[in-house]
Design a protein around this ligand. Structure first.
Ligand code: AMP
Length: 475
């Protein structure tokens, strides 16, 4: 019987709690990508979770999920997954059920297949009860509707997380469930929570976001959770930083789903609020923020984003300043993805003497596309076209590695690469990251970052890459 089918999208879950867990998972993905008839489309980040069931005293797991495109039948793909487990040194026979393992691979979905065969049930029968599967799945497929509950992944995860927090109020929560999160709907309540935390001697890390969270945001949260006693996130689509009202209106929003993801990533509190709540009594009758309350950004706001989005960084500085006043964190986490923003925020923190600003590497999809809430707005062909941004940045980096140092030559290379793609470029420039100026660089560079903004269809995307540093964050 032929094992080849028309192409189907499949989703697998990966787990490991023995040996070098990250290496086990990443090797499995790399091997899978080399299997004939299998392409790895995207992978979630790795989530650390307590073991569920099995013998006591087991080590914690790293878990994730991956989307595949495959011509293999469900049975052939499962056989392939079992072979990969064996290659990683796992023996299923004679081992205790749910015992420690180097690699555990489960097939969750295979196209629309519904199967109930020995050893192969599709969709996977227990996935809706497992937050350690739903959390990473929610990064890749938040809107997928689940067959048993009829809820989408995000909603089912919210349900599991909230029933876990109810359980915790009465009896101890099961070990596998993420820590419940405190959710506050006003900056004033958040400020009080943070004051109490500081009074109790706990260090607070802060991740400001505009919501519609993805893996990139969650990596900031996880880093903060590792480096601070408590992590606070804000979800606020800041109207002050949108120079185009249509862009503001279509920006994706999902506070419930975001809360569930933040909880899974280790945040202790999330808050939101309205512009009026952030600036009580500070709005004009037309609903605009009074002029005296705006913060002016420093010179890093000039050029590039500052030029193409007039007023954007003024809006960023104003709200970030207010968020810092609310949380008073020891450290605040920002993504390198918004490179110029990280410079503006560093200026702001320097002028106030705090907090410490931690800039984290850009998280990328398998195609290299930088993760962004706006990627949700791209159609499938647009998403493919959007990979041209990273490809152009990589060409500039190759030239840098080959010895090219001239700013103009590197700019030309970026432009030539993007000219071959179907994206509408707003700017593409190579600059010295430590000597920012309103205008483009010229002459030889000692350090370099390449920055691009382009529209793909109606969606505006930005990306950047340090040419003089190893690439971080690419999976
Ligand atoms: P936003 O919700 O887009 O305002 O982003 C909130 C924070 O997440 C900012 O510090 C961003 O730079 C950061 N961020 C957004 N996308 C990524 C990404 N792909 N990798 C790392 N950080 C990111």
């Amino acid at each position: 019987m032929s094992t080849r089918l028309a192409t189907a999208k499949a989703v697998i879950a990966l787990g490991s709690n023995l040996g070098d867990r990250r290496a086990n998972l990443e090797t499995a993905l790399a091997r899978l990508a080399r299997e004939p008839g299998v392409r790895v489309l995207a992978a979630s980040s790795w989530h650390e979770t307590d073991p569920v069931g099995g013998p006591p005293g087991q080590a914690r797991y790293l878990n994730g999920v991956a989307q595949l495109e495959t011509e293999l039948s469900p049975r052939a793909l499962l056989t392939c997954l079992l072979q990969l487990e064996r290659l990683a040194g796992r023996e299923r026979q004679g081992q205790p059920r749910n015992g420690a393992r180097r690699l555990d691979l489960d097939l969750l979905f295979h196209g629309d297949a519904r199967l109930s065969e020995p050893g192969l049930e599709l969709p996977h029968p227990r996935l809706e009860d497992r937050s350690f599967v739903l959390e990473p799945l929610c990064e890749l497929e938040p809107e997928r509707v689940l067959g048993r509950s009829g809820l989408c992944v995000r909603a089912q995860l919210s349900k599991l997380t909230s029933s876990a927090s109810q359980t915790q109020a009465g009896t101890p929560a099961p070990a596998a469930v993420s820590t419940p999160i405190v959710r506050l709907d006003s900056p004033a309540a958040a400020a009080q929570w943070c004051r109490d935390a500081r009074a109790a001697g706990r260090s607070v890390g802060f991740v400001p976001t505009m919501g519609a969270l993805h893996v990139g945001h969650l990596e900031l949260v996880r880093r903060s959770a590792r480096e601070n006693d408590l992590t606070v996130a804000s979800v606020f689509v800041n109207p002050l930083q949108f120079n185009d009202p249509r862009d503001f209106a279509r920006y994706p929003r999902d506070f419930d789903g975001d809360t569930a993801l933040l909880s899974g990533a280790g945040a202790s509190m999330v808050f939101t609020g309205t512009l009026e709540q952030f600036f009580p009594g500070g709005l004009t009758p037309e609903g605009r923020l009074a002029e005296a309350l705006w913060l002016e950004p420093g010179p890093s706001a000039e050029g590039l984003e500052g030029k193409h989005r007039p007023g954007h960084f003024r809006g960023v500085a104003t709200i970030v300043g207010r968020l810092f006043d609310t949380v008073e964190p020891q450290r605040a986490y920002f993504g390198q993805k918004d490179f110029q923003q990280s410079l503006v925020v560093k200026d702001l923190a320097r002028s106030r003497g705090r907090p410490e600003i931690v800039v984290c590497p850009t998280s990328r999809e398998v195609s290299g596309l930088a993760r962004s809430s706006r990627n949700q707005l791209l159609s499938a062909p647009e998403r493919e076209r959007a990979a041209a941004l990273f490809a152009a940045l990589c060409e500039a980096r190759d030239a840098w590695l080959a010895g090219e140092r001239g700013a103009e030559a590197l700019d030309r290379l970026l432009a030539a690469s993007l000219a071959e793609s179907e994206v509408e470029v707003e700017y593409a420039e190579v600059r010295d990251p430590e000597r920012w100026s309103a205008t483009s660089c010229s002459g030889p560079l000692l350090r370099a970052v390449a920055l691009v903004a382009a529209r793909v269809g109606t969606t505006r995307l930005i990306d950047n890459l340090r040419l003089d540093e190893p690439i971080g964050g690419v999976r």
